[in-house]
Write a protein that binds this ligand. Sequence first.
Ligand SMILES: Cc1cc2nc3c(=O)[nH]c(=O)nc-3n(C[C@H](O)[C@H](O)[C@H](O)COP(=O)(O)O)c2cc1C
Length: 160
Amino acid sequence: MGKSLIAYFSRTGEQYGVGVIAEGNTKKLAEIIAEQTNGDLFEIKVVEDNYPNTYTSLIQFAKKEKQENARPQLTDKVDNIDDYDNIFVGYPNWWGDMPMPVYTFLESYDLSGKNIYHFCTHEGSGGVKADGLAMYGHIAQTDREETVKRVEQWLKNIEL
Ligand SMILES: Cc1cc2nc3c(=O)[nH]c(=O)nc-3n(C[C@H](O)[C@H](O)[C@H](O)COP(=O)(O)O)c2cc1C
């Protein structure tokens, strides 16, 4: 199976369909993937965290960041990236795309030769193809049993 890193970006505050949450939808999903793979979690965090906590403001903020093709600086780096065979990269679908800090993350390392698996949460658009896992955010937030089932099925499919 090899060693797995589960890197994710996720927000608390007001999110679509689930109200104000203390733990992000994608974070919940990431934790389950980490449990199932015996992997290490890494949260992708920005140095200047100006993301609004209300949904409508966050929508606007994220739209601008995407239009600017921004690369927000991240707080931490994975020092031992070479130790990992599998890199799981998780994020919420933002405007049909990955949040810009996830681009910063992916561009910060030489990931050649590694297995990369994407997973995302969303509220209707899905968002990853091929070997990825797309999951409704409100299900990741509220239905652990269903989330565990989907993760197990996914890991079986990608033959991890
Ligand atoms: C800025 C922003 C843009 C979004 N754009 C989409 C979208 O294009 N399609 C979609 O299905 N959901 C979209 N959503 C919903 C999120 O993908 C969904 O609520 C996700 O589970 C949030 O995850 P988090 O709690 O880990 O941040 C958007 C949410 C935000 C805040």
